[in-house]
Design a protein around this ligand. Structure first.
Ligand SMILES: NC(=O)c1ccc[n+]([C@@H]2O[C@H](COP(=O)([O-])OP(=O)(O)OC[C@H]3O[C@@H](n4cnc5c(N)ncnc54)[C@H](O)[C@@H]3O)[C@@H](O)[C@H]2O)c1
Length: 459
């Protein structure tokens, strides 16, 4: 019997198609096929960088496999080649079957990779966030389940699009995971329950901190002459607000999201300060759009506050944690980076040993693995699974704090959601050799936020 690269024999495919079409007519839904004729769920990777390669590895290693990577897409060949080399090393290589004719490059590559899948397979979207809605739109058309990395939007207009797409995906019964992996952590889940049960009284204050040295491509010197503008901005996407929401959105969203989870609410407004101490690095002027420090006060509807501090500066005190403070005690939500959380509650606010009330105290599985185990389980057991609304709102409140810092104004949830400034409205039409969404001035510098001066838009 012949099988195609979808893993389905022709007979299986016809059988599955007929059965599902009938079921779909009854349910009024588009046909949803998975694992028919084979229990292997196939994957395509779109955006073959660090996280994409990691996410594909987690998918291949999941206890809810088997999965098989059958197609890869990236804007740039060198990135795809490196990822392919990494994925075809070691134990997981046996589940990677991506010959050169299923390796695609360029800005249309995502379509070609998704065309290699059948409905019900999974596409991994791990490009810079700007492309998320474009690629998600096509995935929904193709009836694919999706894993997409955070942030999933960078501004109000892309959030509105994403919320609508999330509904479209739910209507088609597609399963969609969003890479806010901390939401999959059992220690935080137990802490959340305890807070709900009143363990620390009313949660009135949260404090989230990510103070580290410069990370990823948050700072950028001038564009090398041999590289075109668009490629430069995409390769250094943390430096450009249209591509990523900047270092603020990329780095701080996890802490913001885990605090909002514990509060079980999204903040209604934000006021913030921020700025750029240093533009010179190793004698070279940095021309990216980022501030190097942010301080945000988020307010919830009940008046509770989330205080957020972000700093991207070398040789300063470092801290990467989230804490909550209630009327009867306090809690550690995460202590150092994303895991282990060392989640615990205290009777007072001093985090004193003799006031410890509860601690998770058990081993904490890697949340990047858990998010895949959960998504694949939902696919196999046909559970409802759609993290888009939550991911879009987490991305939006992140943008709300960033906009407050960049404009110097109080920004409300409703304002950022309905705001008209779309950073890259034509991101679905980019051409490899075409112009970039952001233009540098004649001196090679990009527009930067100017709080109190540029007040309606961030740049
Ligand atoms: N959940 C987490 O803890 C976590 C950690 C790291 C990164 N991330 C997220 O993952 C995403 C990617 O980050 P990364 O660190 O892997 O960056 P990266 O630069 O290593 O990878 C991005 C890849 O996407 C490719 N790409 C860019 N535009 C494309 C397009 N239009 N079509 C196809 N490919 C395109 C790039 O060439 C690159 O290979 C970001 O949204 C980031 O925030 C999440």
């Amino acid at each position: 019997m012949t099988t195609n690269h979808t893993g389905l024999s022709r007979r299986d495919a016809l059988k599955a198609g007929a059965g599902l079409a009938a079921a779909a007519t009854l349910a009024g839904l588009a046909p949803q096929v998975y694992a028919a004729g084979s229990d292997t769920i196939q994957l395509a990777l779109v955006g073959c960088g660090g996280r994409g390669t990691g996410a594909a590895t987690d998918a291949l290693n999941s206890k809810n496999g088997p999965t098989k990577l059958v197609a890869m897409a990236d804007a740039y060949k060198d990135r795809l080649d490196y990822s392919h080399k990494t994925l075809t090393k070691g134990e997981k290589a046996k589940n990677v079957d991506v010959p050169t004719d299923r390796q695609f490059t360029g800005f249309e590559a995502y379509k070609q990779a998704m065309d290699c899948l059948k409905p019900g397979d999974v596409v991994i979207l791990t490009t810079p966030p700007a492309f998320r809605w474009v690629q998600f739109t096509y995935a929904i058309q193709k009836g694919l389940n999706v894993f997409m990395e955070k942030p999933i939007t960078v501004d109000g207009p892309s959030t509105r699009k994403m919320l609508k797409l999330g509904e479209d995906a739910a209507q088609k019964n597609l399963k969609v995971g969003v890479g806010l992996m901390c939401r999959h952590c059992d220690a935080r889940g137990e802490l959340f329950k305890r807070i709900k049960d009143g363990a620390i009284g009313e949660l009135m204050l949260l404090r989230a901190v990510r103070m580290k040295g410069p990370e990823a491509t948050c700072f950028s010197g001038p564009r090398p002459k041999e590289m075109n503008e668009l490629e430069y901005q995409i390769r250094r996407f943390h430096s450009f607000l249209w591509a990523s929401g900047g270092c603020y959105s990329d780095f701080l969203i996890h802490n913001i999201d885990e605090c909002c989870w514990m509060k079980d609410a999204w903040p209604v407004k934000a006021v913030a300060t921020g700025g750029r101490h240093y533009r010179m690095h190793n004698g070279v002027e940095q021309i990216d759009q980022n501030f190097d420090h942010y301080m945000v006060e988020y307010t919830f509807a009940d008046g509770a506050r989330l205080l957020l501090e972000g700093r991207t500066m070398p040789d300063c005190a470092q801290d990467f944690s989230s804490h909550g403070f209630g009327t009867k005690g306090s809690c550690v939500i995460s202590q150092s980076s994303h895991f282990p959380t060392k989640a615990r509650t205290y009777k007072g606010w001093n985090f004193a040993k003799d006031e410890l009330a509860w601690q998770w105290g058990k081993e904490e599985p890697v949340p990047y693995q858990l998010e895949w185990d959960h998504l694949l389980d939902a696919i196999r057991t046909d559970k409802k699974y759609n993290e888009v609304e939550r991911g879009a709102k987490a991305s939006l409140v992140t943008s709300m704090g960033r906009m407050a810092a960049h404009t110097g104004r109080v920004v409300t949830f409703d304002e950022i959601l309905n705001h008209e400034h779309e950073f890259a409205p034509d991101v679905d039409k980019l051409k490899v050799d075409g112009p970039a969404p952001l233009l540098a001035a004649a001196d090679g510098k990009y527009p930067v936020p100017e709080p109190g001066r540029k007040k309606d838009r961030e740049f």
